[in-house]
Design a protein around this ligand. Structure first.
Ligand code: ADP
Length: 252
């Protein structure tokens, strides 16, 4: 029918756009890295007095330049972590969920120390295990938690949870933050997408965190979605494959 074919072409356009963004990202990242390496090299050389004596004030200025160059490198690294991930089950290992979330909670509790945002873990069964890439799964948790903290109000609570669901581990990340309008709930996973330009500038960020998260989820053939109520909060749901030991698999 007419409506279904136009829906299909919308999907294609979005796919093309994603590929175009990927190509631009990869080119820019490459082009930016090379000159930054030179900038760092020369700045360090000058700072060490390798091109003649410099005074304290000059050294201080060079430290700032060097620090800013590091920031650019950090942004570029964040951008390149967007490069398409493939389904590489060879690098996959059993990942115990409880220690994973406990570690993430500890990292973020240190980060929110001094604010009155609190982070809680729902009770998690000890043997819950994901089959996947540990580093990527950590990154996924950290990116979602980064937002949870960023968009939490004073006194806000954040909860982490995990349970088994149809051969998957269902992770939840709940906050009491500003919420996400229903019609933006799928766009937030797009590259460089931020709901409110002005608000996002206030909060900082590149609009990349969730794009990275979505790719990690897709590489694991999982699922991600968000449930949210404006000004009340959001829950990010992630399904990742459950690790099923060989023995158990052959019994089934
Ligand atoms: P960034 O946070 O760097 O802007 P993300 O890709 O992580 O980029 O998020 C994209 C956008 O989705 C954010 O700018 C924000 O508008 C919205 N968003 C993400 N997480 C939340 C959240 N927990 N609560 C409210 N809005 C959120």
């Amino acid at each position: 029918t007419l409506s279904s074919s136009s829906a299909a072409s919308d999907v294609y356009k979005r796919q093309d756009l994603t590929e175009l963004k990927d190509a631009i990202i990869q080119n820019i990242s490459h082009e930016v890295r090379t000159p930054i390496t030179f900038i760092k090299g020369y700045v360090e050389l000058i700072a060490e007095g390798g091109m003649g004596p410099i005074n304290t004030e000059q050294r201080h200025s060079l430290e700032i330049v060097s620090h800013k160059a590091d920031e650019v490198v950090h942004i570029v690294n964040e951008i390149t972590s967007l490069q398409p991930l493939t389904h590489e089950s060879t690098g996959y290992t059993p990942v115990l969920v409880k220690p994973l979330l406990q570690e993430a909670a500890n990292v973020f509790r240190r980060r929110i120390a001094g604010t009155n945002i609190s982070l809680h873990l729902h009770p998690i069964e000890t043997d819950l295990t994901i089959y996947g890439d540990l580093e990527k799964i950590k990154q996924l948790c950290y990116n979602i938690l980064d937002n949870a903290v960023k968009f939490s109000p004073n006194g806000g609570n954040i909860w982490l949870g995990a349970k088994i669901e149809a051969k998957h581990i269902h992770l939840t990340f709940t906050d009491q933050g500003i919420g996400i309008p229903e019609n933006r709930a799928s766009q937030i996973f797009d590259t460089f997408y931020q709901i409110d330009g002005a608000a996002s500038r206030r909060f900082g960020g590149l609009g990349l965190g969730l794009a990275v998260v979505r790719r990690i989820v897709e590489a694991h053939r999982g699922k991600i979605w968000v449930e949210s109520e404006l000004h009340k909060g959001s829950t990010f749901h992630v399904l990742l494959p459950q690790y099923i030991p060989q023995q158990q698999r052959s019994i089934e």
